[in-house]
Design a protein around this ligand. Structure first.
Ligand code: NAP
Length: 330
């Protein structure tokens, strides 16, 4: 049996190009003792894939040239030589950007397509939702009545983080690119307000939307958006540093101008990784599933067809061309 696999050909400078990837047909390996063979159905397309393309200095271990990206994906077990998995089981894990995965079960978690559609396990019921849950609740520690601002608010993590803040009784303001995304954030996700960071009035709009200051800033973006929000922090503000997508394709460094606002406000900015919370992932899944079931939060998946289109779909993410969780259907 043959499989399609996407492998890193060259390290990019700036936005990844199609020429940075090889798309190959290869023979599918049979599983050894303890391993499984999985037919991959959906592959998550996330900013961390860009990070892995760097030779060093990134927050994830670098890919070697010729590797397939360590993408999260969901699929169906075809063959198993592990006592824990049987053919027909559905799994989520680091399956890579390929149509078939053969390997150990260490990163795998069983998922049930009868409970939720498979794409949801890459979105709200997977690492995306867990990131929002732990970043907001553990690091941000929002209290009812506080003002929470979320950047990349129409995106996968941001859309969930903001809705959890709403569930917790906060006033929630999104920041997103363009009037259509902002309308979606307010109308469909129930945020109280949303600011289009591209129209050049971010600081002015933040002053209007958060007159008492920002208690929690859930930051997915970094760069100039973070620098502007720093000017509007409330006393004892918390900034869960989730990511910095504005930096991932940037050539050269960006310097914050307003970081001393953290000193003035006795604020705290703290980075975190969803992988720090491995033992508590099921707690997050249960909470998110309950909120989805009772309609407290809604979720959107943006599915593009065709594994061979992975290079262009990754570029879509950096152009902001998606709403919710981006993935490719194999
Ligand atoms: N700490 C962790 O454990 C962890 C885990 C998962 C993800 N993350 C981080 O979470 C963040 C969001 O990830 P995601 O998967 O949910 O992606 P996403 O928000 O669904 O997609 C990225 C969005 O970022 C915005 N964007 C792209 N380039 C930008 C730029 N130069 N400046 C400002 N905004 C830009 C776009 O939205 P607009 O159209 O609104 O600009 C785009 O839709 C990323 O920074 C990622 O690295 C962290």
């Amino acid at each position: 049996m043959r499989k399609t696999v996407v492998r890193l050909r060259a390290r990019p400078s700036g936005l990844p190009q199609a020429s940075d990837w090889d798309i190959r047909q290869e023979e599918v390996a049979a599983p050894s003792d303890g391993e499984v063979l999985v037919a991959v159905r959906y592959v998550s397309v996330s900013p961390s894939l860009r990070n892995q393309m760097e030779a060093g200095g990134a927050y994830l271990p670098p890919l070697q040239l010729g590797d397939t990206p360590r993408a999260r994906a969901v699929g169906e077990v075809l063959e198993s030589r592990s006592p824990d998995y049987a053919p027909g089981d559905h799994v989520e894990g680091l399956l890579g950007v390929q149509s078939h995965f053969t390997g150990p079960t260490t990163t795998l978690m069983k998922v049930d397509p009868a409970v939720a559609p498979l794409p949801r396990y890459l979105g709200a019921l997977g690492m995306t939702g867990f990131t929002a849950y732990f970043g907001l609740l553990d690091i941000g520690q929002p209290k009812p009545g506080e003002t929470v601002v979320v950047s990349a608010a129409a995106g996968a993590v941001g859309s969930i983080a903001g809705q959890i803040a709403r569930v917790k009784g906060c006033r929630v303001i999104g920041i997103a690119g363009g009037p259509e995304k902002c309308a979606h954030v307010v109308r469909d996700l129930g945020f109280d307000d949303c600011i289009d960071y591209r129209d050049g009035r971010l600081s002015e709009r933040l002053a209007q939307a958060a007159p008492k200051g920002v208690d929690v800033f859930f930051d997915n973006v970094g760069g100039e958006v973070l620098d502007e929000v720093l000017l509007h922090l409330a006393f004892k503000a918390r900034i869960p540093l989730c990511g910095g997508i504005a930096h991932y394709n940037a050539v050269g460094q960006f310097g914050l101008k307003n970081h001393l606002k953290l000193l003035e406000t006795r604020g705290r900015m703290e980075g975190f990784s969803v992988y720090d919370y491995g033992p508590r992932h099921l707690e997050a899944r249960d909470a998110l599933a309950a909120w989805l079931a009772d309609g407290s939060i809604v979720t959107h998946e943006h599915v593009e067809d065709g594994l061979v289109r992975f290079p262009e779909v990754l570029r879509l993410l950096f152009g902001g061309g998606q709403v919710g969780k981006l993935m490719v259907r194999v």
